[in-house]
Design a protein around this ligand. Structure first.
Ligand code: LLP
Length: 385
């Protein structure tokens, strides 16, 4: 919860913008890296969650690497000073020029998502006169029990190579001369709150690794992806996700012959440190009696509620009213689905009040658009206030 003092200062600024609590980000990184160190786990931050320069600079200072989903994300990481040997790159549709760039930069590992892609990387590596370290992203067919829009590891989904195909094509994969298949990679989905899913993931990974090793794969590390969820319902109750619990679970259940284990967390690192600060433009009531608060942000700043039906807790940080009312919070975009939340209880809210849309540090700014020619939102950092 933002203090009154911070709220007063934020109120002076032009809205909408993202506010980043860099202190919380640092405490999150301290917890994450401290817990990971207990088991020698390697962390790559999924930069797609947020590539704000100050956010990633903070992350870099904690020695965490970067997981990328495009050539431009690889570039962003390298230009931000990350060692290419701490950069990994996955993505179902890597363009040739993106692969070429990643190869030239000598990044740690390219995680491959189809057999055809492996052939393309092999050819590009040959042209560059290099042998490239790759991982096989296996689709393990697991239901991560999260929002269906953001699961990635079920059999019918576009991500990864089916386990059956990896087994059937093992010798073809291993014959690619310019690829060094050192990694096995999985990422089953995002916003995982059911810890039992990690047990299931470990069981599957154990079986997959054992089997693929028997087929000739010489994996040197196992990357189990990201996915750890955050508490959108009540962020104050859990500002730092329970990394210790995930690591304990993985440590007790993953049996991969002592191979180093890598994680690619995005949301759980940056989700809670960011909030979208917005001002109420208008109140109006529909003919059906719905009380609308029209705010100066929209789906162009934060698309999660509209795209996934995602929930973000919204608070009025400037109203002094002791009386509450029910409101539907809508944005400025020319779209009927531009609704942040419906029928929520807030103190009596008037034009000019400041609302915060919480837990917006992950997949907020990074998914912002310029629809309706909106300006992209700026950023305000806690140490600037
Ligand atoms: N690794 C890979 C290969 C991924 O595809 C992702 C996320 C991550 C790691 C990081 O996952 P995380 O720890 O953040 O859950 N825009 C959606 C989320 C899409 C996630 C895509 N992949 C949202 O706003 O919920």
């Amino acid at each position: 919860m933002l203090s009154r003092q911070v709220a007063d200062k934020l109120q002076q600024k032009e809205t909408p913008f993202y506010f980043y609590d860099l202190g919380l980000l640092e405490r999150t990184l301290e917890t994450l890296t401290g817990e990971a160190a207990k088991y020698g786990y390697t962390i790559h931050y999924a930069i797609k969650a947020n590539c704000d320069p100050r956010v990633i600079e903070t992350i870099r200072r904690y020695g965490v690497g970067i997981d990328c989903a495009s050539g431009n994300e690889v570039r962003c990481a390298i230009e931000a000073g990350f060692d290419p040997q701490k950069v990994v790159y996955a993505g179902v549709g890597k363009r040739d020029k993106e692969i070429r760039y990643a190869v030239e930069q000598g990044i740690f590992c390219i995680n491959c998502e189809s057999l055809e892609e492996m052939h393309v990387i092999d050819r590009i590596a040959a042209e560059a006169g290099r042998k490239v370290t790759v991982g096989v992203r296996v689709n393990p067919d697991i239901d991560p029990k999260t929002n269906h829009c953001i699961d990635t590891g079920q059999a019918d989904c576009k991500f990864g190579i089916s386990y059956e195909e990896v087994q059937a094509k093992a010798s073809e994969i291993l014959s690619l001369e310019h690829l060094d298949v050192k990694g096995i990679h999985l990422h089953i989905g995002s916003q995982i709150r059911n810890f039992g899913v990690y047990n299931e993931l470990c069981d599957k990974v154990n079986a997959i690794v054992e089997n693929l090793v028997s087929l000739g794969f010489k994996f040197e590390f196992v990357d189990v992806g990201g996915g750890l969820g955050i508490n959108y319902d009540c962020p104050e109750a859990e500002p730092i996700p329970d990394f210790a619990r995930v690591f304990e679970l993985v440590n007790s259940n993953l049996k991969v012959g002592g191979r180093p284990v890598h994680f690619e967390f995005g949301r759980s690192i940056v989700g809670e440190c960011g909030e979208l600060i917005t001002r109420v433009l208008y109140n109006k009531t529909t003919a059906t009696g719905r009380k609308l608060l029209i705010i100066d942000a929209s789906m162009t700043e934060l698309i999660r509620p509209m795209l996934y039906g995602a929930y973000h807790n919204i608070e009025n940080i400037t109203s002094a009213s002791e009386q509450n009312d029910k409101y539907t919070v809508v944005g400025t975009a020319c779209e009927s689905t531009d609704v942040f939340d419906e029928n929520i209880t807030l103190p009596i809210t008037r034009r000019g009040d400041i609302l915060t849309v919480k837990s917006a540090g992950a997949y907020g700014m990074s998914m912002a658009s310029r629809y309706n020619q909106h300006d992209l939102p700026g950023a305000v950092y806690s140490d600037e206030l």
